[in-house]
Write a new protein. Structure first.
Length: 292
């Protein structure tokens, strides 16, 4: 399955890119990433819970006497980045040629590889009726191969419940990670989804993925549209007039999605599933500041 997600040339992107977070993170573990904030490695930044395998010399015993918890001191330069990639795997993502879901998986694979190459952790979360976590960003266990395996097993599922999913995400990772949401946003409750992402307190980006046919449909005469989420049908004569109305509605929708994300302080990029990974990463995602 992993071979269908990344091609040989895609690994050049993994080797040649870096994540460029703007914030300093509370961090779930000590790692190798240098904090964007000033300060030397001896500058105290935060605590985290002790986990087996940590150097016992880093335990703050005074904090243990006060709190009865084993806590490890983290210096400013040692605060590890945790990347959370949130994938929309609802049925509408299975449409398109190539599939939007496959393109989303490929985006996720490169992002995960870039994070792990830099000594950071990456996790994959899945939107649906509830939040699933195919790959937890655990220390010393994450690898690109594990990420590819987890992504390869993802199949289109049921509708997205934004409140349930983003509530669970905020409880688990709020203010602790760099979050990237990949979705087509083609469901009525998409404002609640991006609103919940912003409310999590994470530095976050929304990558909206649409298929070439959704962005630029062609004249096709009499057609029947089938809603991928609820299987409802709508007959339509797709002529030039209908295409002009569609283009106007799509323009308004995309403008609203971009504006809403900007208002909430979220990064936003629109990508076509027909584009390659290299123009996506070296173009829009670099311009947006997600990678450098």
């Amino acid at each position: 399955m992993s071979d269908a997600i990344l091609e040989a040339r895609d690994y050049e992107l993994v080797r040649g890119l870096e994540l460029s977070p703007r914030r300093r993170y509370a961090g779930l573990a000590a790692g190798e990433r240098r904090s964007p904030a000033p300060g030397g490695g001896i500058e105290f930044a935060d605590y985290r819970d002790y986990v087996p395998g940590d150097d016992a010399r880093g335990i703050d015993w005074q904090a243990f006497l006060r709190l009865r918890r084993l806590l490890v001191r983290i210096s400013a330069e040692e605060k590890e980045l945790c990347l959370s990639i949130i994938l929309d795997a609802s049925r509408s993502m299975a449409s398109g040629e190539p599939s939007k879901l496959l393109f989303a998986k490929r985006l996720a694979a490169v992002l995960a590889g870039v994070a792990m190459k830099g000594g950071d952790r990456a996790g994959i979360l899945l939107l649906g009726p509830r939040l699933l976590e195919p790959l937890r960003p655990e220390r010393r266990k994450s690898s690109l191969e594990l990420a590819l395996r987890a992504l390869g097993e993802i199949e289109p599922g049921g509708p997205v419940e934004p409140e349930a999913c983003m509530g669970a995400f905020a409880a688990r990772y709020g203010r602790k990670c760099l979050a990237v949401l990949v979705s087509d946003l083609l469901f009525p409750s998409w404002p609640a989804l991006v609103g919940g992402l912003a409310a999590s307190g994470c530095e976050a980006y929304v990558i909206q993925v649409l298929s070439p046919a959704e962005l630029r449909p062609e004249e096709a005469g009499e057609v029947t549209f089938v809603d991928a989420e609820d299987s409802s049908e709508a007959p339509l004569h797709l002529d030039r007039s209908a295409l002009a109305r569609y283009a106007n509605e799509m323009h308004l929708f995309l403008g609203e999605a971009a504006s809403r994300c900007r208002e909430l302080g979220l990064g936003y990029a629109l990508l076509s599933s027909g584009d390659g990974l290299e123009p996506a990463f070296r173009g829009r995602l670099r311009e947006e500041g997600l990678v450098c």
